[in-house]
Design a protein around this ligand. Structure first.
Ligand code: FES
Length: 80
């Protein structure tokens, strides 16, 4: 669930794992490698980019004034 001007609330115990980019022989990104498990419980994921504990929300969105801007038709048109 996306909260208004805040994080994504993850309900239902979805597993969240770190993903690492595997590099190929020509130094190109080749594949995703499953990394450490970060959570499998209810949590909040940062949507503003300001968290000091990514990928989780640490409340920084309130301090930086994260606000999503919507058009009159409900489409996301930017961030503030
Ligand atoms: S959404 Fe809360 S810190 Fe980014």
């Amino acid at each position: 669930m996306i909260t208004k001007d805040g994080p994504i609330l993850v309900l239902g115990g979805l597993p969240i794992n770190r993903q690492i980019i595997g590099i190929g022989k020509k130094c190109e990104p080749e594949k995703w490698i499953k990394g450490e498990k970060l959570s499998d419980e209810q949590c909040t994921l940062c949507r503003c980019g300001g968290s000091g504990n990514k990928p989780f929300c640490d409340g920084a969105h309130a301090k930086i004034g994260f606000i999503k801007l919507y058009s009159k038709y409900g489409a996301i048109i930017g961030f503030q």
